[in-house]
Design a protein around this ligand. Structure first.
Ligand code: UDP
Length: 498
């Protein structure tokens, strides 16, 4: 146990979504390794899903607890049991989900009120501006946690501040993001909805989120300095304090949880491992679009045809909700699994992604560019085919394909609209899939260079989380900061009592 951290207690408040709960629980274990005692706010169903975090922590002698609070589904108009964004039946319910999440303010405040020994600080999801009031009420330092890169943060900060989009004519006219270390271009169409001329309530939310971030005592980012040095430096000037502490999925304490991270694996891990073992190094393409994206059946058919035409080995994860009757009927009638037998493995449901990406046979990743997936691929030294769908995924694509040059863009120009999904729109053709796979996986000099860069970054990622690596050191600095803040607070209390 680090003596610096003794007696410190951190309360973590994540958004109930896989891409937030995974890094939050990884961070909880990492903090506990530094000797801090940690409590993570959970809801009953998420606590069940993430029970392995408690089991592994206990087995390793780490102090991690859950504070399990009921999730107000009914009050917010959500179906019973919708405690995680991945269980929402429709995107129309996202606002209700955030309403329910915001209602957690009261029970969290009540819990803090009842605590004799208050926590030393709260680490809050950036999505919850109300934690500012909670921290003020109880005189606690508040640290905001971003589950994205400094590249994304700096891009979005520069775009908002410079108002560059006001000078852009149409949705498809490219503009350069001002003040960045590299020339980075986007179109308005690719911006997250909140950044465009959205409805007033979305704009107001953006203002609130920004204010909560700027007023936080400091900001934690799941990234590492060596990955995006200039963007880290740039973002350091925006916030009070910045600590990059990732990749959190690489923590030694995460190692034992590689198989069932966030959900039970839908495939027997031994079968998965044996299949990968039977393939040549760098020969397998892993295809997975994260925990949230819905991909229409016609688009999945197009992807399947591109995969078939590529003649490469591939492991394809089809999300539970996407494995529709329409798709399954096509797969059967076309004889897809027979035609690709021996070189394809389809996983329907949840895959042990971190374990798969770290297998030496995996040589490429077709990704929707969610930040966790991106960072997991970087950590494993695997180059990517970028297929962004929405939100900040277009920023991540730029970082992967143009700044770090460890990926090939599949050529998506616009985010997928829910309506388009419903209509079964196809945005990426089988030819585009086949072309991108060819470029990523061929034996040419360009792909060898790309692979070499990806492997180097993977090594840098592993060094960053080791003792005395940059992320390890930043975690120590952040804990030191909280210790000083709580010592100051204690002396003020003692002085006031006298
Ligand atoms: N994930 C997984 N198995 C799956 C699908 C996703 O383990 O079958 C994990 C993945 O490793 C990552 C997270 O879920 O940690 C997805 O987060 P990301 O930010 O990439 O995307 P999002 O789900 O927010 O779209």
């Amino acid at each position: 146990m680090g003596s610096e951290a003794q007696e410190l207690h951190f309360l973590l408040i994540p958004l109930m979504s896989q891409s937030h709960l995974l890094p939050f629980t990884d961070m909880a274990k990492r903090l506990a390794e530094h000797g801090v005692s940690v409590t993570v706010v959970m809801t009953p169903l998420n606590a069940l899903r993430y029970k392995y975090v408690l089991d592994h922590s206990r087995a390793s002698g780490l102090v991690v607890h859950f504070l399990t609070l009921p999730f107000p589904c009914k009050e917010a108009g959500l179906p019973e049991g919708c405690e995680n964004i991945d269980s929402l039946p429709s995107s129309d319910l996202v606002t209700a989900f955030f309403d329910a999440s915001n209602m957690l303010q009261e029970p969290i405040s009540k819990h803090l009120e009842a605590m004799e020994d208050k926590p030393s600080c709260i680490i809050t999801d950036i999505c919850f501006p109300w934690t500012t009031d909670v921290a003020l009420k109880f005189g606690l330092p508040r640290i905001a946690f971003h589950t994205t890169s400094c590249f994304t943060l700096l891009c979005s900060h520069s775009i908002t501040r410079s108002k560059v989009m006001e000078r852009v004519k149409g949705d498809d006219e490219p503009f350069v993001v001002p003040g960045l270390p590299d020339k980075v271009e986007f179109t308005k169409a690719q911006m997250p909805q909140m950044m465009k001329d959205g409805p007033d309530d979305l704009e107001n939310l953006l203002v609130k989120l920004k204010a909560a971030e700027l007023s936080a005592d400091g900001v934690l980012v799941n990234s590492f300095e060596e990955l995006e040095k200039n963007y880290v430096k740039g973002y350091q000037k925006v916030v009070k304090k910045l600590w990059c502490i990732g990749p959190l999925s690489l923590s030694p304490a995460v190692g034992s949880a590689k198989l069932d991270r966030g959900n039970n694996s839908s495939i027997d891990p031994n079968q998965c491992q044996d299949w990968l073992d039977s393939k040549d190094p760098n020969s397998v393409l892993y295809v997975c679009f994260g925990s949230l994206c819905h991909v229409s059946a016609p688009q999945l058919v197009e992807l399947a045809l591109g995969l078939e035409a590529s003649r490469r080995c591939f492991m394809w994860v089809i999300r539970k909700g996407d494995s529709t009757q329409e798709l399954e009927k096509w797969l059967l009638e076309y004889g897809f699994e027979d035609k690709t037998a021996g070189r394809a493995l389809i996983i329907r449901g949840w895959a042990p992604q971190v374990m798969i990406l770290s297998h030496p046979s995996v040589g490429g990743f077709v990704t929707h560019c969610g930040w966790n997936s991106t960072l997991e691929a970087v950590s494993a030294g695997v180059p990517m085919i970028t297929w962004p769908m929405f939100a900040e995924q277009f920023y991540n694509e730029k970082l992967i394909a143009e700044v770090l040059r460890i990926g090939v863009s599949i050529g998506v120009r616009r985010p997928v609209e829910w309506v388009e999904e419903e209509k079964g729109g196809v945005m990426v053709s089988r030819e585009a899939v086949q072309r991108a796979i060819g470029r990523l996986m061929d034996e040419g000099e360009e792909s060898a260079e790309r692979r070499r860069r990806a492997k180097e970054l993977g090594k840098a990622a592993r060094r960053a989380v080791q003792k005395n690596g940059s992320s390890y050191f930043n975690m120590t600095l952040m804990i030191h900061y909280v210790r000083q803040a709580s010592t100051r607070k204690r002396s003020v209390i003692t002085l006031t009592r006298h």
